[in-house]
Design a protein around this ligand. Sequence first.
Ligand SMILES: [Fe+2]
Ligand SMILES: [Fe+2]
Length: 154
Amino acid sequence: MLQLTQKERLLLEDQKVHEESCVQKYTEYVQQAQCPQLKELFSQYASQEQQHLNSINQILSGQVPNVGQEGQQNKAQGSTNPSMQGNTYNQNDEKLCKDVLMTEKYVSSVYNTTIFECTDTNVRKVLNHIQKEEQEHGEGIFNYMRSRGMYNPQ
Ligand SMILES: [Fe+2]
Ligand SMILES: [Fe+2]
């Protein structure tokens, strides 16, 4: 049974709220997205966010969840071939992408803060694993946006 410090508990309660909001966002955006590839991406991320939420709930209840064995489903997706698709993307799809990219960036940075307060090594490992997946979500969205000409960093 884990003994969480007051500080850990407060930070984890925040992460719980963030994960709930990520689940809700991706679930709604699967419906709103026009592009089938983007729908696919959002739907995959919605289920990973649900796993994150389950892990945070387990830690809050004093258990260390078992993660890491799901492995191969975590490949960052989205085409990496920017020039192929032209610039004929849906404006609302672009809005959804920008929104989730900003969200992932924020959530990932808050995991960093939380991890530094953890007393238990295995809890740190679980949170590291989740943070890595948030970064992969960001990469998937980033690659998708580049492939559609929505984002052209020089
Ligand atoms: Fe998450
Ligand atoms: Fe995420």
